[in-house]
Design a protein around this ligand. Structure first.
Ligand code: BDR
Ligand code: CA
Length: 307
């Protein structure tokens, strides 16, 4: 089993992604680490603990990470999509976390997991990149212990926080810039351009609801998110952004990538948070721009239904 760490801000699509990782026999989930993002850190942490408990996996260490971005305050959260509790109003219906968070916190928990692992570890951040930027800054000696970073975030076309900036990039552009330009490890970026092109529709959601008690609970968690998509986009279909990235982390090569050097706009003007392709010497980011959309959604569903 390949070692994996998921760094997350649950978040409805984060919930799908965490459960996908737990359902996948190819990977050993070494840790789940939390970051501010869709909702404040205290909620993302409790939500992650509840999701582990739902899957009877409270043995997976949970590390509490950054409560705010590196430099500037977060400009917006995403309660409109994820509900005030981050799990579509269903957080309190999930089991309480089955264990306390690890006292070392996210960065040191990740560092310890990297040191202890026999094989290099894949890190899948599916929220703002604050924790990963801190890890790389505090422990540069551990970069060789990272197999690759697979990040859900960024956009080359339209954004969802501003016309050009995607939410995870916009939430901490300085951290995203650090990781995308100087990670010293291979980075794959799974941007909105791809995740918005493979939305899960009613058949997928019905099949999830019908997949046993854990999947049924997840489908309930997704109901508010589904209604928000219907209102905003006029379609009964939801993007499961984070799960697409985590599937690539679990099954490398699922998504087709194009290598390009990127920068993140860190000024305070209208471009803030934009992930921009540049000419340059910096190591290219592998940007996932294409996939067999039906196969990706089918694979995620089939795995979740094993839970
Ligand atoms: C990203 O933003 C968050 O709201 C989602 O959880 C996902 O990680 C999509 O832009
Ligand atoms: Ca997320």
């Amino acid at each position: 089993m390949a070692p994996l760490i998921v760094d997350t801000d649950p978040g409805v699509d984060d919930a799908v992604a965490i459960m996908l990782a737990l359902a996948s026999p190819e990977v050993e989930l070494l840790a789940v680490t939390t970051v501010f993002g869709n909702v404040p850190l205290a909620k993302t942490t409790t939500n992650a603990g509840r999701l582990l408990a739902l899957c009877d996996r409270s043995d997976v260490p949970l590390g509490v990470g950054a409560a705010r971005p590196l430099v500037h305050q977060q400009r917006e959260r995403a309660e409109t999509w994820h509900g005030g509790d981050g799990l579509g109003g269903r957080a309190a219906e999930l089991p309480a976390p089955g264990a306390d968070p690890d006292p070392r916190g996210a960065v040191e928990l990740m560092a310890a997991a990297l040191r202890a692992s026999v094989e290099p570890v894949t890190i899948a951040p599916i929220g703002p990149l604050t924790n990963v930027a801190l890890l790389l800054a505090v422990h540069p000696e551990l970069a060789p212990r990272i197999e690759r970073i697979v990040w859900m975030g960024g956009a080359l076309g339209g954004g969802n926080s501003t016309t050009i900036a995607e939410f995870n990039a916009y939430s901490d552009p300085e951290a995203a810039h650090r990781v995308l330009t100087q990670a010293d490890v291979p980075v794959t970026m799974v941007p909105l351009d791809l995740t918005m092109r493979c939305p899960a529709g009613p058949d997928w959601l019905d099949a999830l609801a019908d997949g046993g008690p854990r999947c049924a609970e997840l489908a309930q968690v997704m109901a508010h998110y589904r209604a928000a998509y219907r209102t905003r986009h006029g379609r009964d279909a939801v993007a499961v952004h984070d799960a697409v990235a985590v599937l690539e982390a679990i099954v490398p090569g699922t998504l087709k990538t194009t290598a390009m050097p990127l920068q993140v706009a860190c000024d305070l003007g209208p471009a803030r948070g934009a992930t921009v392709a540049v000419q340059g010497e910096s190591a290219p980011v592998h940007v996932a721009l294409d996939a067999d959309h039906g196969a990706v959604l089918g694979e995620i569903l089939e795995r979740l239904r094993r839970l």
